[in-house]
Design a protein around this ligand. Structure first.
Ligand code: ADE
Ligand code: ZN
Length: 341
């Protein structure tokens, strides 16, 4: 529900230094840029206008979204396209008071169309460099394996990424969750950890608590992406709280993908009350109707979160990031910070 008066909440949230830890860079492709890229690359697009693209964004579940998201990613072909995409996102993040972002990217969806890993990574890195120098926003890259594909494909992707490891900070697991448990990727995650990469995984968005347990015990993740369904299992809640495992929660995504029916029913308040390290993120903002500040403000209004809650959520995002401890301490304004995890 929108408020008739301006209570200053949006400005308050914008003023909080914060990090975005769950954003798929392909999910930041706004329809207007999609059309520009399609024209530049002379690639067909089945919609007549940006408005027609937006009108198609009604999703009944994760898979319905993914089908259109992978189609949209088809407009990205050259390093310049990825640079333009990243810069457009960073400009919005900076305007929202974001100081740091950890970008997911899905190389398999590009490689299968003949776009080499080098084009994708180099294009993104150019955008990340510009964000640092021009906007003062730092960032990291997390390569996601598509879980609807097999283990061999994930290993081939890790192999293709080897020349670019200096630019890649971690690996993640995304795409269709149901039927694709984390254990399917046990060996490739072990290999990634042995390379010194951070590891995260989407779990408990649509999948059961067992998938969150597997992400913790088998993949040995540093953070859980989403984690909503962990609340169904008290022992799992206790484990996440005990180990300070951060959850990267995405309220507007959950609403758009029917993970929750109404924001008022979103589990974020229950997560906070259970002592979990919760962060707020936008996931695929071009598709879900809101960037970082929109996610904070809409869920705060729906759940009646206080300004103190919001400030804590912003601090959590910095503490749960993969920044150095020194950088975290600088942002958190204290000499020693608790690292999560
Ligand atoms: N890829 C992009 N957005 C995703 C989401 N919310 N869940 C799983 N895979 C995704
Ligand atoms: Zn996601």
């Amino acid at each position: 529900m929108t408020q008739a008066h301006d209570d200053g909440l949006e400005a308050f949230v914008r003023g909080l230094p914060k990090a975005e830890l769950h954003v798929h860079i392909e999910g930041t492709l706004e329809p207007e840029l999609m059309f520009q890229l399609a024209e530049r690359n002379r690639t067909p697009i089945r919609f007549g206008s940006a408005e027609a693209v937006r009108a198609a964004y009604g999703f009944s579940n994760l898979q319905a979204f993914l089908d259109i998201y992978y189609e949209g990613a088809g407009s990205l072909r050259t390093a310049r396209d990825f640079t333009d995409l990243a810069i457009a996102y960073f400009e919005r993040l900076a305007a929202d008071g974001g100081v740091h972002a950890e970008l997911f990217f899905d190389p398999q969806t590009h490689i299968v169309r003949g776009v080499p890993m080098a084009e994708v990574v180099q294009g993104l890195v150019t955008g990340m460099d510009e964000a640092r120098t021009r906007l003062g926003v730092t960032s990291k890259l997390i390569l996601c394996f598509l879980r609807h594909l097999d283990e061999a494909a994930a290993f081939a992707t890790l192999e293709a990424a080897m020349p670019f490891l200096a630019h890649i900070d971690g690996v993640g697991l995304d795409s269709s969750e149901l039927g694709h448990p984390p254990e399917k990727f046990a060996r490739v995650f072990t290999a990634a950890r042995e390379l010194g990469l951070k590891v995260v995984a989407h779990a408990g968005e649509e999948g059961p608590p067992a998938y969150v347990w597997q992400a913790l015990d088998i993949l040995r993740v540093d953070r859980i992406d989403h984690g909503n369904r962990a609340l169904e299992d008290p022992a799992l809640i206790a484990r996440l709280a005990r180990d300070h495992v951060p959850l990267t929660v995405c309220p507007l995504s959950n609403l758009k993908l029917c993970v929750v029916d109404r924001l008022e029913e979103h589990p974020l308040r229950r997560m906070i009350d259970a002592g979990l390290v919760v962060t707020i993120n936008s996931d695929d903002p071009a598709y879900f109707g809101g960037y970082l500040v929109d996610n904070y403000v809409r869920v705060a209004r729906a759940l009646g979160l206080s300004r103190a809650d919001l400030a804590q959520l912003a601090r959590n995002s910095l503490a749960a990031s993969f920044m150095s401890l020194d950088d975290k301490a600088a942002w958190l304004g204290q000499s020693r910070v608790v690292d999560h995890p």
